[in-house]
Ligand binder design. Sequence first.
Ligand code: IPD
Ligand code: CA
Ligand code: CA
Length: 272
Amino acid sequence: MDSIVREALFNQVRSWMLDAGTLIKDRIDDPLIVGTKSHANDLVTEVDQEVEKFFSEKIKQYYEDHLLLSEEGYGDDLQDTNGTIWIIDPIDGTMNFVNQRRNFAISVGIYHEGIGEIGFIYDVMANNLYSAMRDGGAFKNDRKLPMLNPEANLEESIICLNHYWLCENNIVNEKVMQSLVKRARGTRTYGSAALEFAHVAEGIVGAYLTLRLEPWDIAAGRIIVREVGGLTTDIDGNEVGMLDKSSIITGNSNVHSKILNDYLKNAKKESV
Ligand code: IPD
Ligand code: CA
Ligand code: CA
């Protein structure tokens, strides 16, 4: 994508992110209609749908040749990575939104011919807007984020992971994962993949590990993490495609490779 086109698009998305944030804030004290999707704890509200509809209408009106891949049904049926594609999670962390009314984010990634060009993650209630343009660095609001320390070590890092890793399961050996948890300085579970990516980019979390994410959970975050020198792969160390549902490990380069080599390589169960 041409750099002038990219910058104009970036400014437009930035303003729509803030508008979408206002839309959510205006509804924050309202009672919600909460529905479920694939299982009882996979939640959706009318606010998730309204935010997605807001972006879908804007894209159709102003960028009619762009495509949308999104969670709540307003997107296009994509077959490949051709063209300019917006990948949107209107509310990432819907369970937090429903139960806490905070700790959720709007996530928008824009890809051109499969390459990540623009990423935005908006922590609406904290009013923190994380953003990045390809080769333009990453920002938290107006502050440019420094490059991550490539020598940061696991012993002094907080890592984000879900407790599922530590319970008996048929994907990873929980004993190996328990030894990882003991070696790290501490662990956190924020309940929003987008925010966990943003915290990795900010350098306040050394790595985030998760077993299965959808493209809209990953799209913006990995662009922002890449701009500060962080790495994002699946738990086998493979690159993740733009349309893939995948496990994820994202982190600063040293902690990422330590977790991958010292733990995950030995932790996969035979059946996988
Ligand atoms: C979920 C959150 C959560 C992650 C789940 C996602 P949603 O997204 O990112 O942290 O563990 O895998 O599905 O459903 O709130 O958009
Ligand atoms: Ca999500
Ligand atoms: Ca969502």
